[in-house]
Design a binder for this molecule. Structure first.
Ligand SMILES: C[S@@+](CC[C@H](N)C(=O)[O-])C[C@H]1O[C@@H](n2cnc3c(N)ncnc32)[C@H](O)[C@@H]1O
Length: 375
């Protein structure tokens, strides 16, 4: 597609809103249609130049921080997880949580904060994200939280081969002589951590009450056999007393084509780009871009994903094949681009709650939680 066609296509998606990060934090999902006027100002060549500068500059906030602020909604996800557990399992409080495809494990950090009996496991292929998580989301919450969090670097398709990730201060303390005179806070964190008998594999930890895969991560798995195999692993991780696996999914007419959506935050603008959608393979290429106005920098393709957009019945079939006893769909319709223009932008989607459904008519954009129950 030529530049002119591309711009014309973007123009069809216009609509705008702005919102502060505080309001956004508890929202799910990451994107709602909006305007993309700023991109019209720049040619592709200019954008490429800015991308290079942006990635090289050290005064930019970490892309992981921008992602957490713009995409994630841990409090909202956790309150739905608790509600689902009480509805479909009940009889006890969920304490042990596993976040698959965890990235920077923000949900796990949130999970651990509110109850000292809680434990969390995070698993991801991206070592850089896991290390950033340790340094920025976990270690600063103190030794108690650190001792209840286990981060693993590995593939969700072979979780038993995953390697545990430790904080840098933990590794450091193993190599220092206490007579050398060291920072007492560091010793405090690390000694307690060392006392914990560090497990080498997720299998050696208490079985989980909840396992989740959020922000459409199951779409990273492209083959049906992989999906079934992953769901079996998720089920194996769950407690025999009963547990749930919860994943999310998006869809609707606007999900199956090219699309560029934008959200403004106080210090940056976040863009979600669907570069293509192939109806034969149902594969799409998603890129997340950030524009930091104050620094006049862009971080283009900060995150890129190749996703297969699974359908709800495909997911249900695979969950049942993996041995789950029941599967529940919770959906909400998202505002489409024209609605966004008529209302106060982001506010249009703010109060829409998920509801359990047996049927749901196609619309421009929807989001779903899919809850699989195991006993
Ligand atoms: C869309 S991000 C989601 C991150 C986070 N869960 C969230 O809610 O924002 C997908 C994550 O899945 C990870 N990932 C992709 N394939 C994986 C696999 N086979 N095993 C483990 N992690 C994987 C990527 O490294 C990335 O961090």
């Amino acid at each position: 597609m030529g530049k002119r066609d591309k711009k014309a296509n973007h123009r069809r998606q216009k609509g705008t809103f702005s919102n502060d990060a505080e309001d956004f934090y508890d929202q799910h999902p990451p994107v709602v249609p909006s305007v993309d006027d700023e991109d019209e100002e720049n040619s592709e060549e200019e954008e490429e130049e800015e991308e290079k500068e942006g990635n090289e500059s050290s005064d930019l906030p970490s892309k992981f921080l921008l992602y957490q602020q713009s995409v994630q909604s841990p409090k909202g996800d956790i309150s739905y997880l608790q509600k689902f557990f009480l509805m479909y399992i009940g009889g006890r409080q969920p304490l042990h949580f596993q976040e698959d495809f965890c990235g920077t494990a923000l949900l796990s950090a949130e999970w651990l904060k509110t109850d000292t009996r809680r434990t969390a496991i995070g698993l991801d292929l991206d070592l850089e994200a896991l290390e950033w998580c340790m340094d920025n989301n976990i270690s600063k919450l103190g030794s108690d939280v650190y001792s209840r969090m286990s981060l693993f670097h590995g593939n969700v398709l072979s979780p038993l081969e995953a390697k545990q990730v430790k904080s840098k201060s933990h590794e450091l303390i193993q190599n220092i002589n206490l007579d050398d005179g060291v920072n007492e806070d560091l010793v405090d964190l690390s000694v307690e951590s060392l006392e914990k008998d560090a497990p080498e594999s997720p299998d050696s930890l208490p079985k989980r009450d909840l396992v989740c895969a959020f922000n459409f991560s199951c779409c990273c798995l492209h083959k049906r056999s992989e999906l079934v195999s992953y769901f079996k692993n998720a089920r194996d991780a769950l407690s025999k007393k009963g547990g749930i696996f919860v994943m999310d999914l998006y869809g609707g007419a606007s999900a199956e084509g090219q699309l560029k959506l934008q959200r403004k935050f106080p210090n940056f603008t976040y863009t979600w780009e669907q570069a293509e959608f192939d109806i034969v393979s149902r594969k799409t290429r998603i890129s997340l871009h950030y524009h930091l106005q104050k620094q006049n920098r862009k971080i283009r393709h900060a995150f890129s994903y190749s996703w297969r957009l699974w359908s709800l019945p495909e997911i249900k079939d695979c969950m049942e094949e993996a041995g789950f006893r029941a599967v529940h769909f919770w959906l909400r319709e998202m505002p489409d681009a024209s609605e966004m223009r008529r209302t106060d932008g982001f506010g249009a989607g703010r109060d829409i709650k998920y509801e359990e459904v047996k049927n749901f008519q196609q619309c421009d954009a929807w989001n779903a939680y899919i809850v699989a129950v195991s006993f």
